[in-house]
Design a protein around this ligand. Sequence first.
Ligand SMILES: *[C@@H]1O[C@H](CO)[C@@H](O)[C@H](O)[C@H]1NC(C)=O
Ligand SMILES: *[C@@H]1O[C@H](CO)[C@@H](O)[C@H](O)[C@H]1NC(C)=O
Ligand SMILES: *[C@@H]1O[C@H](CO)[C@@H](O)[C@H](O)[C@H]1NC(C)=O
Ligand SMILES: *[C@@H]1O[C@H](CO)[C@@H](O)[C@H](O)[C@H]1NC(C)=O
Ligand SMILES: *[C@@H]1O[C@H](CO)[C@@H](O)[C@H](O)[C@H]1NC(C)=O
Ligand SMILES: *[C@@H]1O[C@H](CO)[C@@H](O)[C@H](O)[C@H]1NC(C)=O
Length: 341
Amino acid sequence: MHHSLLLTLCGIASALSVPRQASNSTKYAVKTPPLTTPWTYEAGIDPWPEYPRPQLQRSQWQSLNGIWTYQNASSLDAVNSLPSGQLANEVLIPSCLESGLSGIQGEYTIYSWFATSFNVPSTWTGDRVLLNFAAVDYEATVFVNGRNATFHRGGYFAFTVDVTDYLKSDGSNDLLVFVHDPTDSDPYVIPIGKQTLRPSHIFYTPCSGIWQSVWIESAPASHVSQLDIAAGMDGQLNATVSSSGNSTQVQITVIDRKTNTTVATHNGASDVECTFSVQDVSLWSPDSPTLYDITVTLGDDVVTSYTGFRTIARGEVDGIERPLLNGEFVFQFGTLDQGFW
Ligand SMILES: *[C@@H]1O[C@H](CO)[C@@H](O)[C@H](O)[C@H]1NC(C)=O
Ligand SMILES: *[C@@H]1O[C@H](CO)[C@@H](O)[C@H](O)[C@H]1NC(C)=O
Ligand SMILES: *[C@@H]1O[C@H](CO)[C@@H](O)[C@H](O)[C@H]1NC(C)=O
Ligand SMILES: *[C@@H]1O[C@H](CO)[C@@H](O)[C@H](O)[C@H]1NC(C)=O
Ligand SMILES: *[C@@H]1O[C@H](CO)[C@@H](O)[C@H](O)[C@H]1NC(C)=O
Ligand SMILES: *[C@@H]1O[C@H](CO)[C@@H](O)[C@H](O)[C@H]1NC(C)=O
């Protein structure tokens, strides 16, 4: 296989598919990090093209991952005066600003601006357009066409904002994100794991910025805003379908992947836990990781998800307390990969 040739052609194809304005920004290129892997130079500029949230998936969506622009800012007050004109550097989204892959490999990137633009496909049928961030470390203020659409705090959490009211009726929309990531700078004490601005010993280079996927999707006004599903070895399935609007009827369908047949259908209400049983389920285990597909219908919104039927418990085996999977002790064996990203 002419592997590198294929990668080069794919790179050209995706670069051509996105119309790019003449830019004053420094062009994107991977920076040489302290440690490289075979994938450092193969990641390309179309990262994570698959739907980013398999547990609550919609069919009408568009990834905003790829090359954005970035500019260092000087303080928290910068959020009050939006930059005019192009930001200084191209950046790969998603990435940690401190990584070579970001194209920035910054230090002390505490205040940042990120920008891109997007068009909403005219074929989308939902009334609303939802903008999703799978994670931004640590605080994000999101501006759409110059208007403040939302603020979010928490570097490990996904958030969604309905941006319909900020969109232009046609043409390109400007997306600008101000990010504040103090890590362990004085006087901040926030959840950071092992990140530090002064890496040494067992504390590591931090991760700042838009480090998980960004995407838009089409949904009706009343839609599924969250899905919590748990299924046990007894075939019982618990599901809470949260609704963006008023409480309403929902239908949950469980599908056997192997045969593509419906094995259970449950009609219930949104925003309360519902419980039902599926007969003769194949359990999930590492030796046989059987998954079932799930379709949830709430009014005009249809989303897909999946689950495995398994029970995790504590129990005594030969006089010793053990974690049990489906009633049995399974010896845990894996690598310790120490590092932050
Ligand atoms: C590019 O830089 C020039 C000179 O600084 C400026 O006049 C122009 O507005 C910039 N273009 C964009 C798209 O920001
Ligand atoms: C960003 O600005 C801060 C000070 O405002 C500076 O310490 C830091 O080095 C800058 N980082 C980059 C990547 O330019
Ligand atoms: C943006 O809006 C949020 C409320 O959604 C608010 O908390 C935040 O202060 C606003 N930020 C700016 C810079 O206006
Ligand atoms: C489902 O809910 C019941 C009742 O709250 C609970 O006993 C059971 O453990 C739950 N099943 C799972 C898989 O979480
Ligand atoms: C919720 O119900 C109220 C009153 O019936 C209605 O005006 C509103 O449009 C509903 N909201 C949604 C999102 O359907
Ligand atoms: C599974 O069944 C559904 C409905 O019967 C059908 O629309 C779909 O194409 C099937 N999927 C596969 C992978 O066969």
